[in-house]
Design a protein around this ligand. Structure first.
Ligand code: T5A
Ligand code: NA
Length: 211
């Protein structure tokens, strides 16, 4: 008789620029691995693929791309990762993902001429996160953190629109977390939430986003 392997959870971190996502993702994966839980860090954009290289050049303001075109590249950068993500999840590895489709929609639809429903369409059907941990920080507080303002979207007015767009996408998988806490305080909250999510995901199928 074969024993079913319980699947890993898909845990996504979202939030405005500099809210501390990458810091928390890394600490969470380390903590889970130390507890003997299989977990892997993932991030979007994945700047290492051919598509990711184009995205990175755009973000670093080294080239220009039409708004719809760059939106579709961000989406394609997620779809190209799906086979590997599904393989890992079904083999029992939890994925801790630094940004996902919500970033795609929140940032692109903050631009003139791209509406939210158009932006969502190419993301429909991606693996649905078991939880979205949203790190809440005011754009003013974010702008005081190191290296703010280097990349394309790091301007307070743009980030305000991004924050409004995020609000329109919240659902019952979202956990709002106060990101003005210290790195360690935040980690304690994040770890507790993640452990609950991982336990709950075991008995459930992976859903499809926005279907
Ligand atoms: N984007 C992304 C799209 O437009 N469409 C998409 O589909 C996707 C996926 C790059 C840009 O691309 C856009 C969104 C972005 O504008 P990125 O590579 O994730 O996306 O961006 P990064 O610049 O790497 O990350 P962020 O700016 O979002 O920062 P993080 O990850 O939120 O913050 P982090 O952890 O790097 O911390 C920032 C600084 O704050 C300190 C850290 O030490 C660091 O110096 N810090 C804290 N300070 C005080 N208290 C805390 N609790 C702190 N936590 C961290
Ligand atoms: Na980051």
């Amino acid at each position: 008789m074969s024993r079913l392997i319980s699947r890993g959870a898909l845990i996504v971190f979202e939030g405005c620029d500099r809210s501390g996502k990458s810091t928390q993702c890394k600490k969470l994966v380390e903590a889970l691995n130390n507890d003997g839980i299989k977990a892997k860090l993932w991030r979007f954009p994945d700047r290492d693929t051919a598509i990711g290289v184009m995205i990175s050049r755009y973000l670093e303001q080294k080239c220009e791309l039409e708004d719809h075109a760059i939106h579709l590249l961000f989406t394609a950068n997620r779809w190209e990762a799906v086979p590997r993500m599904m393989e890992l999840l079904s083999s029992g590895t939890t994925l801790v993902v630094d940004r996902y489709a919500y970033s795609g929609v929140a940032f692109s639809s903050a631009k003139q001429g791209l509406d939210m429903s158009w932006c969502k369409q190419p993301e429909v059907g991606l693996p649905k996160p078991d939880a979205v941990l949203f790190l809440q920080l005011t754009p003013e507080a974010a702008s005081e953190r190191a290296d703010y303002g280097k990349e394309r979207y790091e301007q307070p007015e743009f980030q305000d629109r991004v924050a409004d767009n995020y609000k329109l996408m919240t659902d019952d998988t979202w956990k709002m977390i106060d990101a003005s806490q210290t790195i360690d305080e935040l980690h304690t909250v994040v770890r507790a939430v993640a452990l609950e999510v991982i336990e709950k995901a075991k008995g459930q199928d992976i859903g499809q986003l926005w279907t």
